[in-house]
Write a protein that binds this ligand. Structure first.
Ligand code: MG
Length: 230
């Protein structure tokens, strides 16, 4: 009998809006610079073509409602409210026309970013991994199945910090649509069930400090809420 000498932690799961139903998270893909007003505030001036993809480990995913430690190694932690797509089925070279049929559901998310580390990496042309893929860096709300909420391509995208509105955009401002994102990404990697995609953030990203609560909302979905230890 084979013996597993090293056992990694159990895979991350997220609650769905259906009682006692969960989804397992396989990988976390993220889209950078997918709203023009956010591209502008970050100093860019053009549509990223093809879209920019980066990743976070599945272990970075935190479900909504938790209190988490303030991340280490940053003086400038930023919130980024994003629509999260949860894949129920994978594939390579998925067509735009078939892309929506691969989606289990949607959630609100917060792509937490160590902006100071990202700025240093950008200035050197170095990878963003440690700016994006740190512990507890992907806050994800309750997952709503397509059967319940349909497919989302319009609706408010809002972020509050301690009740103050920081970001206030709309899904209809996304440069790359969800089908375009899935089609493009599946030409780069073979997607799998349980992959989740964070689809980019509108303008208004900004700092969070210790002790604050950040709530990210997508119209029609449950919020992604996190509080940082004081
Ligand atoms: Mg982002």
């Amino acid at each position: 009998m084979a013996v597993l000498d090293v056992r990694p932690p159990n895979s991350t799961t997220l609650p769905t809006s259906k009682a006692d139903h969960y989804v397992g998270v396989h990988r976390v893909f993220c889209v950078g610079q997918n709203y023009a007003d956010h591209v502008a505030e970050m100093g860019g001036d053009a549509k990223a073509d093809p879209p920019i993809f980066f990743m976070k480990p599945a272990s970075a995913v935190v479900s909504s409602g938790q209190t988490i430690p303030f991340p280490p190694a940053t003086e400038n932690l930023h919130h980024e409210v994003e629509l999260v797509v949860v894949m129920k089925r994978g594939g390579a070279n998925i067509s735009e026309a078939d892309a929506l049929d691969h989606i289990y559901g949607y959630a609100a998310g917060n792509d937490l970013t160590r902006r100071d580390i990202q700025a240093a990496a950008k200035s050197k042309g170095a990878p963003w991994d440690m700016a994006k893929g740190f512990d507890n860096s992907a806050i994800v709300g309750t997952v709503h199945p397509v059967a319940e909420v349909g497919h989302l391509n319009t609706g408010a995208v809002v972020c509050f910090v301690d009740g103050e509105t920081r970001q206030n955009g709309d899904l209809n401002q996304m440069i790359w649509s969800v089908p375009e994102i899935i089609a493009t990404l599946s030409k780069l990697v073979t997607l799998e069930a349980g992959d989740i995609i964070m689809t980019g953030t509108p303008a208004g990203v900004g700092p969070i400090v210790k002790g604050q609560t950040c709530v990210c909302e997508i119209e029609g979905l449950s919020p992604a809420k996190v509080t940082f230890e004081a």
